[in-house]
Ligand binder design. Structure first.
Ligand SMILES: [Cu+2]
Length: 132
């Protein structure tokens, strides 16, 4: 190929890559859903998480960010009993979320996911997941 043809081919490849990326993004409708662990969360209840309840779609990435100065957990389940869907290790011990850190969960099934902080069990929230 001469230089002109090479440049043209590179340009077409770049356009196709951009189009493929855009289509892939559109097909999934995936988004980030951000939930804050609010300042002073330790003494709060269902207002310890914002927003609460939060809504997401299957395939989204739900990100909890600890905006408080204390350590917290975000464990799926209720009444202090983790069900292992998120926020816990395989042995069901909690994933600790230090101040400024995050926890992520990618739901693959629709439904209501109640969750709580095992360090402050009064801190409760609900994630509502609908189909993609
Ligand atoms: Cu907590």
């Amino acid at each position: 190929m001469n230089r002109k043809a090479t440049t043209l081919a590179a340009g077409i490849a770049a356009i196709l890559a951009t189009a493929a990326f855009a289509l892939a993004g559109q097909a999934a409708y995936a988004a980030n859903v951000n939930i804050d662990i609010v300042p002073g969360a330790s003494t709060k209840t269902n207002d310890a998480f914002s927003s609460n309840p939060a809504e997401a779609h299957v395939g989204d990435t739900v990100v909890w960010t600890n905006k408080d100065g204390a350590l917290h957990t975000v464990e799926s389940g209720s009444s202090g009993a983790p069900d292992g869907k998120f926020g816990t290790k395989p042995d069901k011990s909690p994933e600790l979320i230090p101040p400024g850190k995050t926890l992520e969960f990618k739901p693959t099934q629709a439904g209501d996911y109640p969750y709580f902080c095992s360090l402050h069990p009064a801190m409760v929230g609900t994630l509502k997941v609908t189909g993609s």
